[in-house]
Design a protein around this ligand. Structure first.
Ligand code: HEC
Length: 95
């Protein structure tokens, strides 16, 4: 029994340390107009709570990866919402 528990604990540790990091958006994923519309809605509803809604043109595609990784947790976005907002932003930032 003890051995089983230890194995379970080790397995959990492995999952925590080696599993996909939360909020890990590393590039584009969603590309349909429907997904962009979803991302825009999340953006407009979640990103103007602490400051004015930022201009998507403020950052290029790389810059938004960095900024959004800091802001998505603040806005309490799920990983999927984070991804949808990212894909919307880079679809309209024009750079
Ligand atoms: C809980 C409050 C809060 C929420 C919600 C929030 N932000 Fe911010 N944001 C801040 C604060 C505080 C700063 C200034 C300090 C800093 O840059 O970390 C900031 C700065 C920024 C900046 C300027 C800095 C830069 O790197 O360009 C951008 C752009 C930005 N936020 C985008 C967003 C987006 C997009 C969202 C929605 C996903 C969002 N924010 C949601 C608090 C918030």
């Amino acid at each position: 029994m003890k051995k089983l528990l230890l194995t379970a604990a080790a397995g959990t540790l492995f999952l925590v340390s080696c599993g996909p990091k939360s909020n890990a958006v590393t590039g584009p994923k969603y590309t349909s107009a429907n997904d962009f519309a979803k991302g825009q809605t999340i953006f407009e509803n979640s990103c103007n709570k602490c400051h004015a809604l930022p201009d998507p043109k403020k950052h290029d595609d790389k810059g938004w990866i960095r900024t959004l990784s800091r802001m998505a947790p603040k806005a309490k976005l799920t990983d999927d919402q984070h991804q949808l907002v990212y894909d919307y932003l880079i679809s309209v930032n024009g750079r």
